[in-house]
Design a protein around this ligand. Structure first.
Ligand SMILES: Nc1ncnc2c1ncn2[C@@H]1O[C@H](COP(=O)(O)OP(=O)(O)O)[C@@H](O)[C@H]1O
Ligand SMILES: [Mg+2]
Length: 286
């Protein structure tokens, strides 16, 4: 196993990974991921980009120790999936995804939502809360710029406010790896920008914490991102340091559409290219 200079194993390492599912009605295998070789080191902030159905969530579920590969090896925080207690491993990983957000009790104030993260459960166990937990939850809320959400009922929070609470919640148990699946999906512009500012604030306060953020829009990439992986039809189109990876050629190939990629400071944007290649490429079918 390769290790970083300080001796810690990579946060994520995938080798020769394939994931397939049996589609009974069609009597065939659907290959969701294929030939994945990917390493995330501590302190790296990855963004995973790709069109709908590319396999992004499937990839994140491997990294989250939620599912196993059909072929190949996945190591998360030095533990090889298939050889370790998945539940124990999951306790070391923070996740932000919409399904969990929908399961939270609506009448809970923001601070309680964050506190549930201390015990990896969505229900708050009042007897187990220590003053130190409460102090940590308050500090996290403040650090990601969500202090005003302390007393707001979850059911009265906007989608963006809920996502920021879910981010603070995911950080509550001091995860060693943080995974975010489309955290900005469905947010309006101010909400999206506030959440991205929270992600950048988090990266600044805890630069060693490795993160993987899934998105399908370049405009949603946090400034703190260091690496990118482009995924299409279950395969890696390109991966590496972000500036070298988010080229017009790579992004066009990934999304099967001719685009220009612009970088404004540390933020990214894509638009149809207007040099003649910008026309939608012929639709290849699903
Ligand atoms: N259990 C399953 N059986 C068959 N196909 C599946 C299953 N789960 C997901 N898929 C398919 O796998 C592809 C990748 O899904 P997913 O990882 O959710 O993509 P993304 O998150 O990039 O949109 C999609 O085409 C999806 O329809
Ligand atoms: Mg997905």
């Amino acid at each position: 196993m390769t290790t970083a200079a300080d001796g810690s194993p990579p946060a994520i390492r995938m080798r020769g990974v394939q994931v397939w599912r049996w589609v009974a009605v069609e009597e065939r295998r659907a290959v969701l991921l294929d030939e994945i070789e990917w390493t995330v080191e501590r302190g790296e902030h990855w963004v995973v980009l790709g069109p709908n159905g590319a396999g992004k969530t499937t990839l994140l579920n491997l990294a989250a120790a939620i599912s196993h590969p059909s072929e190949g090896e996945v190591e998360v925080l030095g533990a090889r999936l298939g050889q370790v207690d998945m539940r124990a491993l999951r306790e070391r990983i923070g996740t932000v995804e919409a399904k969990l957000g929908r399961a939270i009790r609506g009448r809970a104030p923001g601070i309680e939502v964050v506190l549930t993260g201390a015990y990896g459960s969505i229900a708050l166990q009042h007897r187990r809360i220590e003053p130190a937990d409460e102090a940590r939850a308050e500090r996290l809320l403040a650090e990601i710029g969500a202090g005003p959400l302390h007393d707001r009922l979850y059911e009265q929070c906007s989608q963006g406010e809920r996502q920021r609470l879910m981010l603070a919640r995911a950080l509550m148990d001091e995860p060693e790896l943080l995974l975010l699946d489309e955290p900005t999906a469905g947010l309006d512009l101010p909400s999206r920008e506030r959440l991205i500012a929270s992600l950048d604030a988090m990266a600044a306060r805890d630069p060693d914490l490795p993160t993987v953020t899934v998105t399908h829009h370049l405009e949603e990439i946090p400034s703190s991102s260091t690496h990118a992986l482009l995924l299409a039809e279950g395969r890696v189109v390109a991966q590496g340091p972000i500036a070298a990876t988010l080229t017009a050629a790579n992004v066009s190939r990934c999304f099967e559409i001719g685009v220009e990629v612009a970088r404004h400071g540390d933020r990214w944007a894509a638009r149809l290219s207007d040099d003649g290649d910008g026309a939608l490429l012929p639709y290849a079918g699903d």
